[in-house]
Write a protein that binds this ligand. Structure first.
Ligand code: F3S
Length: 641
């Protein structure tokens, strides 16, 4: 049977399920990565599983998001990440070494491997031929413990590249073109697999720019073949030994096909505030640009920065255009330094920032009020820049550099001759010594938590006779933001569940936590679509900490329902929606949980009297997880069984 590349990698890693589209499949995971903002919780969850060492081929913990270390919380997080990595066999990349995806591509990604990362731009490694997917912290923790990663068998879209980029068009413009074509919802449930004669015209970092921003399509991931260009890249990185050729079979089948003629592309820009609001840069001619930011995991490679510096060198950036440059890694920065490109960059008036996410995650570098910022990043959502009314345009490094020099967007027809895409230098300096590699046996390492890092508690199994008080009765469309509010102050407590739990429903009902504290077990009653919004794990984890054992709702949002199961909270649906009226705040419900079975309707007794019928849509495995007190307990039990 002929297979496309996606199917080949899946087939080589399949541990459960059938490779039929829409079916749930379990994949063996070769590598994991985390970044600091999501990593602390992922490692707390990993620790709670009781596994003594990671069971992947490689796991890497990067510190790239919160590198500013203002106050004790971030440096404490970093120390925890460093020590937990030593103990459990994880490579640690300290703050300032670079951005996780750029570093992973250069130093660790392997063609044909599977990678799960607790960051949505993990698909960057698809540029080297890895099947790389972004996931929640608990999924990454499970993968580190050797558990499969479950996805729905995706539709595979062939993106046939024809021709060759010319003029000022770059890899960024390829993915912006695709975003304009398919929109931010166009990739849901799909893998974008690149093929065709245009593939060999693109270097690995160019391919990685394209797969990185496949995340903005909503795709499961994106992947390029592994070919001679891949071998050249790995050789330059001193990793030729991990190369192997990988491509779809001749005549392989795809679910959809898109054709892009690279030679027809022109410089593009995604307008505020969506990555799919794509227009030609020429159409923005004359729009004043207040800030330029070059970097991020999308466009911070050596070739990206060399292209930008080649334009800036010998010139001055416009006085009114604050220009920031963040190299993707110290390796990139060292290459620029060796070639004498740092000095001309500094002399142009641009500011050289640390090798980290920086302005992309709002860690400094916010634009002026109402200001236009031309960024080489991947997201331009309202407020993400740190300036609420900032107007962020997503562009290529060449377009950004031209905007810095001219102080406004201009028509590329006036830019003269474009610089050639730089090849990697013959000798690429190594930064391998900057990573902290774990000892063979980390058992003796003490994990240092600091006051902001609190080990996850072990939740009790579900009691056979559940008696619980209704803590709150909510209306329809309650979001995860209502349950667990965000904001810098609250988010900085993400590694401290007891502290963050004090904020549950804080913006809806100030007394909720006090009521929960007074009872051993609690129940939340809600209307339709409870838990809609984000995949925020803390919206289930923090209520569970407060003793919430069940949610009884008219209906539940899909991802939140899954998170409830993961943390041992029973998601129950009212059989008759009119019974909602009986479940008032303050009443006590009792449930014989031994009667629960997948899909079964059971009776909940209210204040020892009237009965309310509830059903569940749980699988047998999900019920076992809840009975065990959550997924962490379930995994721990299955490992000792
Ligand atoms: Fe960092 Fe921004 Fe990428 S926060 S990982 S550079 S999307």
């Amino acid at each position: 049977m002929t297979m496309n590349l996606t199917q080949k990698i899946i087939a080589a890693h399949l541990v459960s399920g059938e490779m039929t589209q829409g079916a749930e499949i379990g994949l063996r995971i070769d590598q994991t990565l985390t970044q600091d903002a999501t990593g602390t919780m992922a490692y707390l969850q990993f620790e709670a599983m009781g596994v003594d060492r990671v069971r992947t081929d490689l796991s890497v913990s990067y510190v790239d998001h919160n590198t500013l270390q203002m106050g004790f919380r971030n440096p404490d997080d970093h120390r925890f990440l460093r020590t937990v990595a030593q103990k459990y066999g994880i490579v640690y990349s300290p703050a300032g070494t670079g951005i996780c995806h750029q570093l992973h591509l250069e130093n660790f990604a392997v063609p044909g491997s599977t990678l799960v990362g607790s960051d949505s731009h993990t698909p960057t490694a698809g540029g080297i031929g890895a099947l790389a997917m972004g996931a929640g912290g608990l999924s990454v923790a499970l993968a580190m413990a050797g558990e499969p990663y479950f996805i729905t068998m995706p539709r595979v879209v062939k993106v046939r590249l024809e021709g060759r980029l010319k003029g000022w068009a770059t890899a960024k413009d390829v993915i912006l073109h695709l975003l304009g074509l398919l929109t931010v919802k166009g990739g849901v449930g799909k893998v974008f697999e690149y093929a065709g004669p245009g593939v060999e015209t693109l270097s690995v970092p160019e391919r990685a720019t394209i797969t990185n921003m496949g995340a903005e399509l909503g795709a499961t991931t994106s992947v390029f073949p592994s070919d001679e260009r891949t071998r050249d890249f790995l050789k330059a990185m001193g990793r030729a030994d991990v190369w192997k050729p990988l491509a779809a079979d001749d005549g392989a089948q795809y679910d959809e096909e898109v054709v892009i003629d690279l030679s027809a592309l022109q410089p593009l820009a995604a307008q505020p505030h969506m990555p799919d609001r794509v227009v030609p840069v020429a159409s923005l001619d004359g729009l004043k640009v207040d800030q330029v930011a070059i970097g991020s995991c999308t466009n911070s490679s050596y070739a990206d920065l060399k292209g930008a510096v080649s334009l800036l060198a010998g010139n001055r950036v416009c006085a009114g255009t604050d220009t920031l440059v963040s190299p993707g890694s110290k390796q990139v920065l060292k290459m620029l330094a060796r070639e004498g490109l740092v000095e001309p960059l500094l002399d142009s008036g641009a500011r050289l920032l640390e090798c980290s996410c920086g302005p992309c995650i709002g860690m400094g570098g916010s634009p002026v009020s109402g200001g236009v910022s031309a960024r080489t990043f991947n997201r331009n959502f309202e407020g993400r820049s740190g300036t609420k009314d900032g107007q962020v345009y997503l562009v290529s490094p060449l377009t950004a550099a031209m905007a810095a020099l001219r102080g406004c967007f201009t028509d590329p027809a006036t830019w003269g001759e474009a610089p050639a895409v730089a090849d990697l230098p013959a000798e690429v300096p190594s930064i391998a010594d900057l990573f902290a590699y774990p000892p063979q046996d980390g058992a003796g390492t003490e994990v240092v938590y600091g006051p902001n890092i609190v080990a996850l508690e072990r939740f009790e199994p579900l009691p056979e006779q559940l008696q619980a008080g209704v803590l709150i009765r909510l209306g329809d469309d309650i979001t995860t933001d209502h349950i667990m509010p965000a904001g810098a102050e609250i988010t900085s407590l993400r590694s401290n569940v007891p502290a963050i739990a004090r904020h549950v429903f804080g913006r809806v009902d100030e007394d909720f936590v006090t009521r929960a504290d007074a009872l051993e077990n609690g129940v939340i009653v809600a209307g339709e679509n409870y838990g809609q919004g984000s995949s925020r794990e803390h919206a289930a984890l923090a209520p569970r900490h407060l003793g919430v054992r069940a949610v009884i709702a008219k209906s539940l949002a899909r991802i939140h329902r899954a998170n409830l199961v993961n943390f041992g909270i029973l998601p129950l649906i009212l059989e008759d929606k009119a019974d909602y009226a009986q479940l008032e705040q303050g009443c006590t419900v009792t449930l014989d949980t031994t009667l629960l079975a997948p899909g079964a309707v059971v009776q909940v007794t209210v204040d020892g009297g009237a009965a309310v019928a509830v059903r569940n849509d749980l699988t047998a495995k999900e019920l076992d997880i809840i009975r065990a007190g959550g997924l962490l307990n379930y995994v721990r039990l299955s490992k000792t069984a």
